[in-house]
Design a protein around this ligand. Structure first.
Ligand code: SAM
Ligand code: SF4
Length: 338
């Protein structure tokens, strides 16, 4: 083995001993919805020329898989609005078939799933996370600034029909959807889906006033426990969610208490934006350019050098608790990829 290829195969471990085995790739910062907590009403999207091509996204994801990443999540913006998204996912599926990847999955708002679910299943996707904050059409339109609940529900149905396991993600917003969390659990569990509640995070400009809508998830869990028998579960999905099993349904409810609970000590993930910036912490501004090295040096050596330098500098953790007065990062979740 040459020196370069030895580097390319070596596992990614940061200075705190955390092995990086999970990569999330945002393939577009654009979206067909405008969720109030995620982006401004008129966000400035990246110029198309700044985006990595599909082939470059494949190269960079493949580089990480060679360095020990076992789980790959495609996200956005809305990943399924990027032309060629399903082709890219199909291509990346070769790593599953080769046994180099355990899971290829995506996070989506579901609006395009009715069209793409079957092709995603053929590409090797087994599970998808679908974001759903309400079951009320008027609320859905308000939260997403004009989206149609029926599209997301049709997407969820199509995904299930295609044999994909669906997990719902719900961002809890005080005074907006916190009165229907029990109904969302029932909706999910009646259909054989798990659901995870997420604390709203101070990421990016949004013009909505997220801080005033923040609800700590301990309070959500206590509220649910008055109606449902919640049993702590040892289940782990390889991420920050902590799970409880609902005795009545046998299914799980997850909680991602991103701002109130520190799970950074066991963080195994990094993110790549659609313009090729490697972000080693969701809640920190720093990022490293991979597009330059990717384009300058086709051998991949410069790319791996940039990846190594970024992983060596991965911060110990986020600082959301200090960040309600202004966002922890200027870039929004639609850029970083949630
Ligand atoms: N468009 C896709 C979707 O909505 O699922 C994928 C990208 S979206 C940025 C990924 C996840 O981030 C979604 O579940 C969304 O609800 C969540 N999200 C966006 N902004 C957030 C914020 N400020 N705090 C917490 N979660 C947020
Ligand atoms: Fe789009 Fe997802 Fe952000 Fe909503 S949360 S605006 S669906 S990227």
């Amino acid at each position: 083995m040459t020196a370069a290829s030895a580097v390319e195969m070596s596992p990614l471990v940061d200075r705190f001993g955390r092995a990086i085995t999970y990569l999330r790739v945002s393939i577009t910062d654009r979206c067909d919805l405008r969720c109030v907590y995620c982006m401004a009403e008129r966000p400035e999207f990246l110029p198309k020329r700044d985006l990595l091509s599909l082939e470059e996204l494949d190269r960079v994801a493949t580089a990480f898989i060679r360095r020990g990443v076992r789980k790959l999540r495609i996200t956005g913006g809305e990943p399924l609005v990027r032309r060629g998204a399903v082709d890219l996912i199909h291509e990346l599926g070769r790593h599953l078939r080769a046994g180099d990847l355990d899971e290829l999955t995506l996070t989506t708002n579901g609006t395009q799933l009715a069209v793409h679910a079957a092709a995603l299943a053929r590409a090797g996707v087994r599970r998808v996370n679908v974001s759903l904050d309400t079951l009320d059409a008027a609320r859905f339109a308000a939260i997403t600034r004009g989206g149609r609940l029926a599209d997301t529900l049709a997407g969820i149905a199509a995904a299930r029909e295609a044999g994909l396991a669906v997990k719902l993600n719900t961002v809890v917003l005080g005074g907006v959807n916190d009165d229907e969390l029990g109904a969302l659990v029932a909706f999910a569990h009646e259909r054989g889906m798990d659901i995870t509640f997420i604390e709203v995070m101070p990421i990016g400009e949004e013009g909505f006033g997220r801080g005033d809508r923040f609800v700590p998830l301990d309070r959500v869990r206590e509220g649910l426990a008055q109606r449902l028998a919640l049993i702590p579960s040892l289940h782990r999905s390889g991420g920050p969610a902590r799970y409880w099993q609902v005795a009545e349904t046998g299914r799980r409810v997850g909680f991602i208490a991103a701002t109130t609970c520190s799970f950074c000590a066991t963080c195994n993930r990094v993110r790549i934006t659609a313009s090729g910036r490697l972000e080693t912490c969701l809640g920190r501004e720093e990022s490293v350019d991979l597009k330059g090295p990717l384009r300058l040096d086709l051998s991949g050596r410069e790319l791996h050098r940039a990846i190594d330098a970024a992983i060596a500098a991965k911060p110990a953790g986020h600082a959301f608790a200090e960040a309600w007065s202004r966002p922890a990062t200027r870039r929004g979740m639609h850029v970083t990829g949630g």
